[in-house]
Design a protein around this ligand. Structure first.
Ligand code: AHR
Length: 329
């Protein structure tokens, strides 16, 4: 009989301990998991060098050495995967949900579930569209419209004496903030400058492979065009690959002018070599920025609801090796 009582007690103690390991109300500001802060990060995918640098920045910040456990889910550019990841994070009772939304629309239900579960949501990189901004704690990322405007301002100066300008436009993922802002910038430029015309526009999904495919098609359809406006470096690499094969001249030495975004290390290398004419920075180093926000929340402070990252732009005619060496991504 005594044996049974002892076994029963052991069982109760073990069950109680196991249950408490997943209990968010442990009284610690760091939540559960042996004092680690648990961050669930839903990443868009691995479509570009920029994205890889962004993932690296998150991994380097949110590791056990720094007091964090990171649960990273790669959504492979699919919104449904991101929604599933957010729901998994809620079920796992993470301390913070961080996510880089693949597109702007369609997040309210999942975010309302996070809010009801009391989990702060920090949005990074791209933004969402919602009529209820209490569904997320804050956002940090790029001003994509400003990036587009910067590229277009350079085009306006460079081509001010041209009566006409034929533009090929390689867009990123349709519906993502990066695509919307950069496309709006170009559209506004086309409306302002009477001789400008977008002769072909298609998405290259922010990937090199699709950028190449789109440019191969363009080269078959059109004999001449003046500018290729690529909404990221990887699509620019793909477009340049296709132009190399077709022996279509481009870059600083004449022919097609190549505009790009991201200004990653490899992108700036292509810029200093005169292959890309103008490259607008999009800074992916969000890990430390998100950590600052988390620390503010832990200290009971209110982080800025929206925080834009400072970004530069690089002209092939003036870029220096120091610009490239200073690049951390
Ligand atoms: O949202 C940032 C964009 O997404 C970057 O420009 C692009 O390279 C990435 O895939």
């Amino acid at each position: 009989m005594k044996k049974f009582i002892a076994l029963g007690l052991c069982f109760l103690i073990l069950t109680f301990t196991a249950c408490n390991q997943g209990n968010k109300d442990s009284g610690s500001p760091f939540g559960n998991n042996d004092g680690f802060i648990v961050v669930g990060f839903s990443q868009v995918g691995a479509e570009s060098d920029w994205r890889l640098a962004n993932t690296k920045s998150m991994r380097e910040t949110f590791n056990e050495e720094n007091g964090y456990k990171l649960i990273l889910k790669d959504a492979q550019q699919k919104q449904e995967n991101q929604i599933a990841a957010i729901r998994e994070f809620i079920a796992q009772k993470v301390d913070y949900i961080v996510f880089a939304p693949v597109t702007e629309e369609g997040w309210d239900d999942a975010l309302r579930e996070a809010k009801n579960a009391g989990i702060p949501v920090i949005i990074v990189d791209r933004m969402i569209k919602t009529s209820d901004d209490s569904l997320y704690t804050c956002w940090v990322g790029s001003d994509f419209r400003k990036e587009g405007d910067t590229a277009v301002a350079w085009m306006e100066t460079t081509f001010k004496d041209r009566a006409s300008l034929k533009i090929v436009h390689l867009q990123g993922n349709i519906g993502s903030s990066a695509q919307i802002g950069r496309t709006e910038g170009l559209q506004a430029g086309v409306e302002r400058n009477k001789g400008w015309e977008v002769i072909y526009r298609a998405t290259g999904d922010f990937t090199q492979v699709k950028g190449k495919e789109v440019m191969e098609f363009v080269l078959k359809q059109y004999d001449s065009f003046d500018v290729v406006y690529c909404e990221n470096d990887n699509m620019a690499y793909g477009a340049m690959e296709a132009m190399d094969v077709a022996k279509k001249p481009y870059g600083l030495n004449g022919g097609v002018t190549v505009i790009s975004f991201d200004a990653t290390h490899a992108g700036l290398d292509a810029t200093i070599k005169g292959r890309i004419n103008y490259n607008v920075e999009c800074n992916p180093l969000h890990g430390p920025r998100v950590e600052t926000i988390i620390k503010q929340l832990i200290n009971g402070e209110t982080p800025d609801k929206l925080a834009y990252v400072d970004e530069a732009a690089f002209d092939a005619a003036t870029i220096t090796q120091e610009d490239i060496d200073a690049r951390a991504y």
